[in-house]
Write a new protein. Structure first.
Length: 249
């Protein structure tokens, strides 16, 4: 069931969204060669606690951490570790969610570690562009397929593939709500976009094939062929005035 949120609920979600935004900016600024992903986890736990929120991911189906930190061919759900040390040229995906006053927010960025190869800069640019274009399609009376097809078309027009094993989602009093928001599909298809719907739109774009496999830790998803992957995410509200991005000032 798709739940449309009231203005009061959306204001709470907005506060949660800004907690996530501010945290991601702090984490981005801390990323450097020699840092462990566990150090980023510690910073996140402290910052979330001071904000009055709680980590959305920790304990979710027994996931052990507040952050997902995925490097290079890792698509999503990488577990922070003292053993994972960032190196120059890495692509680090940071995904984080919080719950504040009963409502969730969720966002992700991909951060270059030091100087990265030009082809990886291009992957980041195209993935972030795909998210921006998709958010523009969050229009009253539109369809989820309008969003999905926009991500797919932009990524594939640049020679990349979109991950199909993981998708975006509705969000509210639950971290994952209806509807599902795939990064592939057909315009004009899928659920109709109605005022108050909140969608977590999250393109995951690979340099190679779209497939994924799960590592022995039962969480980390990597590309099937070892290609690099990028991931960006925002929570967006359907309004009569166009898209309202909750996870950005």
């Amino acid at each position: 069931m798709i739940i449309c949120k009231s203005p009061l609920e959306l204001e709470t979600m907005r506060r949660a969204g800004l907690v996530v935004w501010e945290l991601l900016q702090e984490l981005r600024a801390r990323v450097e060669p020699g840092l462990s992903t566990y150090e980023l986890e510690q910073l996140a736990v402290d910052r979330i606690g001071r904000s009055g929120a709680r980590p959305a991911f920790k304990g979710w189906y027994d996931y052990p951490c507040a952050l997902c930190t995925s490097i290079n061919d890792e698509i999503v759900h990488g577990i922070p570790s003292r053993k994972r040390i960032l190196k120059v040229g890495d692509l680090l995906k940071i995904d984080v969610g919080v719950q504040l006053d009963g409502y969730y927010s969720d966002s992700a960025i991909t951060v270059p570690v030091g100087t990265i190869r030009p082809e990886l800069e291009r992957l980041l640019r195209v993935t972030e562009e795909a998210l921006a274009l998709a958010m523009e399609r969050v229009r009253l009376g539109g369809r989820v397929g309008d969003i999905s097809s926009t991500v797919q078309a932009h990524a594939e027009s640049h020679g990349y593939s979109v991950v199909r094993d993981f998708v975006g989602h509705g969000i509210g009093t639950q971290l994952h709500e209806d509807p599902k928001v795939p990064n592939y599909g057909t315009a004009g298809h899928g659920p109709t976009l109605k005022e108050g719907m909140v969608l977590a739109i999250e393109p995951m774009v690979n340099t190679g094939k779209p497939g994924a496999r799960i590592l022995a830790d039962k969480w980390t998803a990597v590309t099937e062929d070892g290609g690099y992957s990028a991931h960006f995410e925002h929570c967006v509200v359907v309004t009569s005035n166009g898209p309202w991005i909750l996870t950005r000032p």
